[in-house]
Design a protein around this ligand. Structure first.
Ligand code: CA
Length: 237
């Protein structure tokens, strides 16, 4: 059974959500502040965290930062509309997605499913299946001074190795495979986040910005991963 940790200090919302999610077949643990959440995460290793950003004692963004030091667990932030700055900070700290309050239950469930499905497609940590012996076919993608070893999850920019979180790596892989071609925002979101991804494209923009900070000499004047106005993005060949 999928275990969710719901971190929310508003009692009514926490209890209502816990009830709704339990009815959907999830096992739900709750925490009412950031400190309790961090203890619960360490002790129970949930499969997914729903994280309110406005929390007493330890804020949601602080929880996010702490968790990402040691864990890759999916995090969906629960945020208020006027918290754009915190949303961006949270995404940059490695949260997977966010929903803005008030959100509908179907919307939240769709996001949970999308994030979980994505994770199950891309196992991290434990080796998936037998490790091939001998020389496995190796795939290296190259464009724009970037070299990517897809299998080993390694990346070089102008010959220097750089690290990149999973989601950005996948996004860049998709762009590399289509180097020289424009990919629309919908195509990118579809392929990386899943076709039932709701909501706006801010998440995509943040990920693009994070990629640029690693591959561009001047991220404000991108020459490798360029915006094609009104269409989408292109990685130059
Ligand atoms: Ca709150």
């Amino acid at each position: 059974m999928t275990e969710l940790l719901l971190v929310e200090d508003e009692t009514t919302l926490r209890e209502t959500l816990a009830y709704l999610l339990t009815r959907q077949g999830y096992s739900v643990r709750t925490a009412s502040d950031g400190a309790v959440a961090l203890t619960a995460i360490a002790e129970h290793q949930p499969d997914l965290i729903l994280l309110d950003l406005m929390l007493p004692a330890v804020s949601g963004t602080q929880v996010c930062r702490q968790v990402r030091l040691t864990s890759d667990v999916p995090i969906i932030m629960l945020t208020a509309k006027n918290m754009e700055g915190d949303i961006v900070v949270g995404l940059e700290l490695g949260a997977d997605d966010y929903v803005t309050k008030p959100f509908s239950t179907p919307e939240l469930l769709a996001r949970i499913r999308a994030v979980l499905r994505h994770r199950s497609k891309t196992p991290t940590g434990a080796p998936a299946g037998p490790i091939p012996t001998g020389s496995a076919p190796e795939e290296t993608l190259r464009a724009s001074g970037i070299e990517m070893d897809v299998e080993r999850h390694r990346l070089w920019v102008d010959g220097a190795e750089v690290t990149m979180p999973l989601r950005e790596f996948e996004l860049l892989e998709l762009l590399l495979r289509n180097a020289g071609r424009v990919l629309t925002r919908d195509q990118l979101i579809d392929r990386v986040w899943g076709s039932d991804y709701y909501g706006d494209t801010k998440t995509l923009d943040v990920h693009v910005r994070r990629i640029r900070s690693r591959i561009e000499v001047d991220p404000a004047q991108p020459v490798r991963l360029v915006t094609v106005r009104g269409l989408g993005y292109r990685l130059e060949d």
